[in-house]
Ligand binder design. Structure first.
Ligand SMILES: Cc1cc2nc3c(=O)[nH]c(=O)nc-3n(C[C@H](O)[C@H](O)[C@H](O)COP(=O)(O)OP(=O)(O)OC[C@H]3O[C@@H](n4cnc5c(N)ncnc54)[C@H](O)[C@@H]3O)c2cc1C
Length: 462
């Protein structure tokens, strides 16, 4: 018996007839396409996929899953490396059809459907010379990215995506449709700013926008022989970098197995000032290549896309790290030549400025500091290469442990167990568990980096 055969087929027929969108089942031709997610290691088979046309379809899907005691998963852009957008044997809510976008250029706000990708939102807001901070790969979904945090090229000047979330439309576990903001549901908007998809299904996000014109951006690559000097210099350089500059280090190997090191930058202020600020970085090395120049923000946002096609095998390990010096640097350099796949990379995306100045308890996103998001991003094509790639990734991660904080960015987590889900939240976890208890006491939304509902407050039990 397959997992899906336990679901009442007649009930699914009735559900399908009530929806505005399509109900897609294993026998349908597009089933394999709609259940596929970014990480090719994930191969799960939901009993049915609902292509949601609006919050009413979302509410019907939630009610159906609850009535039939089925697991429920929610797909925004499908890019979570853990593959939480898709479930086995349950109901998958596919929000990728929710593409509406309204930009209010005077109030500098945008209301965005939960199925938009970063590129779609950026293109819509850039028509007015505006943008909200998102991530750095344009095909990622805004939904999962914003709900987990959202670290990108504008973080120094304007903060994280979740810091710019001003309101959300959400369907709760009980099927209620709420407009959530600081006035109406302060605890819930606090939790949505970094707490992930634990509290309901967000159907629309409202963002604060900022003027963003052409940026000064690109990359510098350096000879591997200079890797120590380059990374030590960068580590010092970023401590005084202006908010308008964001940087990311990337380390990998080329197809011939030769290690590579580069620094990518984005300056979002006047270009003459940016040229001056960037001069010292350009002087070290000297660089083998320098692609920094004036570019449209939309072009920058899709510049890395080709390196992340959907369907490759992915295994990631990550943690926040304050500095990259001394034995941390030695350990990293020692492991790079053994990297098994030239598609993989080690990224050190810098959080600083506006993103790091937010008080740690002001949003669910706890870890606010000038720091690197250290990410070992392993990707390869052939499933038979899994053991080699996973083994190397774990080996490097274990060796780096002494240099990492007991803290991680939730959107980099794979399926790493409940204890690890506390690491993104630290002392905010208790409040998150309390909000979870109030909005989803039976943990309907558990196909995510799950925050279990907290205990009833003492005195409330009979
Ligand atoms: C190639 C690549 C590049 C990336 N670059 C960056 C980056 O630069 N910066 C950064 O911060 N992160 C980055 N990430 C991480 C990214 O933020 C996460 O993968 C994020 O989960 C993607 O969101 P999604 O909607 O595509 O994912 P999904 O897999 O669809 O969803 C992720 C989680 O959120 C839940 N969810 C999704 N939509 C909703 C909703 N509407 N309501 C409630 N819950 C929902 C899902 O159930 C799931 O648990 C990158 C990831 C990839 C694969």
């Amino acid at each position: 018996m397959t997992l899906t055969s336990s679901v009442d087929s007649a009930a699914l027929d009735t559900l399908g007839a009530r929806l505005r969108g399509c109900l897609i089942r294993p026998e349908d031709g597009d089933y394999d396409a709609v259940r596929a997610v970014f990480n090719g290691m994930i191969d799960r088979r939901p009993a049915a996929v609902i292509e949601c046309r609006g919050s009413d379809d979302v509410a019907r899907g939630i009610a159906f899953a609850r009535r039939h005691d089925l697991v429920l998963s929610v797909r925004g852009g499908g890019h979570s490396v853990a593959g939480n957008a898709v479930c086995d044997g349950g109901i998958m809510l596919d929000l990728s059809t929710l593409k509406q976008l309204q930009v209010d250029k005077d109030r500098r706000t945008a209301r965005a459907g939960a199925g938009l990708t970063l590129g779609e939102l950026d293109r819509g807001t850039q028509e007015y010379g505006l943008a909200t901070p998102l991530g750095v790969v344009s095909v990622t979904g805004i939904a999962g990215l914003t709900l987990g945090g959202g670290l990108g090229w504008l973080n120094g000047e304007y903060g994280l995506a979740c810091d710019n979330l001003i309101e959300a439309e959400i369907v709760t576990a009980d099927g209620d449709l709420l407009q959530v903001g600081p006035e109406s549901h302060p605890d819930l908007i606090w939790a949505l700013r970094g707490g992930g998809g634990n509290f309901g299904v967000v159907t629309a996000f409202s963002y604060r926008l900022h003027p963003v014109g052409p940026v000064l951006a690109g990359g510098l690559s350096y000879p591997w022989a200079k890797v120590r000097d380059v990374l030590r210099f960068h580590d010092e350089f970023v401590t005084t970098a202006p908010d308008k500059l964001s940087t990311a280090v990337s380390i990998g190997i080329d197809p011939s197995g030769q290690p590579t090191v580069g620094i990518a930058v984005c300056w979002c202020g006047p270009h003459e000032d940016g040229e001056r600020v960037l001069a010292p970085l350009r002087a070290i090395g000297p660089p083998l290549a320098d692609t920094i120049g004036s570019t449209s923000y939309v072009a920058l946002q899709s510049a890395a896309d080709a390196g992340f096609p959907t369907g490759r095998q992915h295994y990631w390990k990550s943690g926040w790290m304050r500095t990259l010096t001394g034995s941390a640097l030695d350990t990293l350099i020692e492991h790079v030549p053994q990297m098994p796949s030239s598609m993989s990379g080690i990224g050190l995306q810098r959080m600083h400025g506006a993103a790091s100045r937010v008080a740690p308890d002001a949003t669910a996103f706890r870890h606010r500091a000038d720091q690197y998001d250290f990410l070992i991003l392993s990707q390869w094509e052939d499933p038979l290469d899994a053991a080699r790639n996973i083994g190397w990734t774990r080996g490097l991660f274990d060796a780096m442990q002494p240099h990492l904080r007991d803290a991680v960015y939730v959107n980099n987590l794979g399926a790493e167990g409940p204890d690890r889900v506390r690491a993104p939240y630290g002392s905010n976890y208790t409040r998150l568990a309390e909000v979870k208890r109030r909005y989803d006491p039976t943990n309907v939304f558990r196909m995510n980096q799950n925050i279990a509902p907290g205990p009833e407050p003492s005195g409330s039990r009979t």
